[in-house]
Design a protein around this ligand. Sequence first.
Ligand SMILES: NC(=O)c1ccc[n+]([C@@H]2O[C@H](COP(=O)([O-])OP(=O)(O)OC[C@H]3O[C@@H](n4cnc5c(N)ncnc54)[C@H](OP(=O)(O)O)[C@@H]3O)[C@@H](O)[C@H]2O)c1
Length: 329
Amino acid sequence: MINFGTVGTGWITESFIKAAELSGQFQLRAVYSRTDEKAKKMAESYNADTFYTSIEEMAQSTEIEAVYIASPNSHHFEHALLFLKNKKHVICEKPIFSNKKELEQAFQTAKENGVFLFEAIRNIHTPNFAILKENLSKAGKLRSALLPYIQYSSRYDLYLKGEEPNIFSAAFSGGALVDLGVYPLFLAVGLFGEPQKVAYHPVKLRTGVDGSGTLIMEYDDFVCTIMCSKTSHSVIPCEIHGEAGTFVLPEAAPISKIQFIDSHTKESEYMGIWQEEQDMVYEATRFAEIIGTKDLKTYEELKKLSKIVIGITEEARRQNGIVFGTEKE
Ligand SMILES: NC(=O)c1ccc[n+]([C@@H]2O[C@H](COP(=O)([O-])OP(=O)(O)OC[C@H]3O[C@@H](n4cnc5c(N)ncnc54)[C@H](OP(=O)(O)O)[C@@H]3O)[C@@H](O)[C@H]2O)c1
């Protein structure tokens, strides 16, 4: 059992706590919030022994071995580094950091302190991702893929009223690609590997970040198109087109179903399995396994995926002059 603490008190932290509990591998011990009231409420709701309003104190405490970080994107690096330096394993929400430089430094700090650092991306740890990967060759030579993640955000209403919610703010390392686009991006990189070339076409907001955008990923004889948006809604599924057949997924995360349609017969086959509603249980289980067995092979594979994905989002931002607050000085 891994004793852990949490940073951030949004709904996603509650989801992770429930999933971590469901995995049977984690025990919540401590909760951090900037405010006493929120920290106390969360600790009481989930039976944590302690709550903190000093993140340094929680990082130094011996009651936790790991931390789950779900603070605003721009704070991930500072928060992760603090816990890594205090020899705590870190599970950090997506997008893990703002850029590759931060990622390299944090992985190095994790190594120096003998702990693991994970990016909490929910789709690539699901059983259906593994099934899809195993069966991908059925599609034959891949020619195109369309992977959308288009979901209207209630925080866009606030933006329209003149506010600047964290997720639409350059100061907080926000924007559609790093917030939602990373799901199809992990799916693409996990299935097809690193592209030779990327081109991002964003629709930028007055805050300087992308409210939506289309990312073209070029491979040998194959192009993958990722569409992401927080300013509109879509019901189109993800599709991967090969000469022999097409895979259809209702969504890039958590990959609830997998349909395969034969190009010649047009017959369908369904190969996904039922997944837990608390789908973060799969990442929690994998991270616990890696920590428990010191599985460096899987760890290196995950590190590589995170590095490729952050390299792509950084390049996409570079092409379009999207600069985060932490990068301005
Ligand atoms: N995996 C998923 O499916 C999923 C889903 C949603 C979000 N996420 C990720 O989870 C992270 C948090 O997302 P969120 O929407 O909950 O973000 P958020 O509302 O902007 O902030 C998260 C938490 O950070 C603290 N916080 C807020 N503003 C802050 C500030 N200015 N300075 C320092 N701390 C601040 C708050 O906790 P306290 O007030 O208690 O300190 C808040 O609960 C993001 O990285 C996001 O990408 C992942």
